[in-house]
Ligand binder design. Structure first.
Ligand code: XMP
Ligand code: MG
Length: 179
């Protein structure tokens, strides 16, 4: 049974639904009269992004980027490699980067600076989860779903060896599977 890998459910499906709605309302308010580009970071942010954008009652554009992350090991290397770049230019655009989780902050720190350098009008960050205990770089998180403890997380887009992204809740993986 797959659920043997779960140590604890940290955020339930209902809690996620409620929070995503709230984040959507907040972003809708903050971006009145604007047409932001929502940039999803593949693949982890896909589930969160698809729910979040349906709570945005403003015109938006969607684009995606893929960057190197944990891969098959659970260690963050600090190196950010672009595997898939955006399809469209960000010049003069209001950008909302949507991410599944902020851990060390290295990935989003790098991406935010990159999009600013490319001439974005504004760059804000929206993450479903925040693991502040492991932060290595200071980073402003504009929209945040939940603060979670330093655990390996799966579900609602997050994977372990590419599995469990389809779980509708967020859970901590048992240590024996990744340590
Ligand atoms: P940094 O350290 O740059 O990490 O903030 C960002 C990326 O690391 C991935 N990450 C995780 N993925 N469970 C996962 O499935 C986790 O617990 C976890 N912690 C970090 C994530 O993809 C993020 O983009
Ligand atoms: Mg990710």
């Amino acid at each position: 049974m797959e659920d043997q890998i779960i140590k604890e459910i940290l955020v339930t499906e209902d809690q996620i639904k409620k929070r995503v709605k709230e984040l959507g309302e907040q972003i809708t308010k903050d971006y009145q009269g604007k047409e932001p580009v929502v940039v999803g970071i593949l693949k982890g942010a896909v589930v969160f992004l698809s729910d979040l954008i349906r709570e945005l009652k403003i015109p938006i554009h969607i684009d995606f980027m893929a960057v190197s992350s944990y891969g098959k090991s659970s260690m963050s290397t600090g190196e950010v490699r672009i595997i898939k770049d955006l399809d469209f230019s960000v010049e003069g655009k209001d950008i909302i980067i949507v991410e599944d989780i902020i851990d060390t902050g290295l990935t989003l720190g790098y991406l935010k600076e990159l999009l600013n350098k490319r001439g974005a009008k504004s760059v804000k960050i929206c993450t479903l989860l925040d693991k502040p205990e492991r932060r290595k770089v200071d980073i402003d998180v504009d929209y945040k779903g939940f603060i979670i403890p330093d655990e390996f997380i799966i579900g609602y887009g997050l994977d372990f060896n590419e599995k469990y992204r389809n779980y509708s809740f967020v859970a901590a993986l048992k240590e024996e599977y990744y340590k």
